[in-house]
Design a binder for this molecule. Sequence first.
Ligand SMILES: [Cu+2]
Length: 69
Amino acid sequence: MKTVKLSISGMTCNHCAMHVENALKELTGVKSAKVDLKGKSAEVAYDEGVVDTRKMSEAVAEAGYKAEV
Ligand SMILES: [Cu+2]
């Protein structure tokens, strides 16, 4: 299990934060995701053998936001 902190841009309200959080949680291999709206970041615990940060960025992009490691 690994943990990564992603920088998220494009979030303006709690609804956005939930969007991002759900997009991350829906990924196979992601154990938990916690979005910090004010800090513009997300802390993700994941199984590195199943999912990687590139997939996380794609999922966040699909939800309409931008994630960077
Ligand atoms: Cu919003």
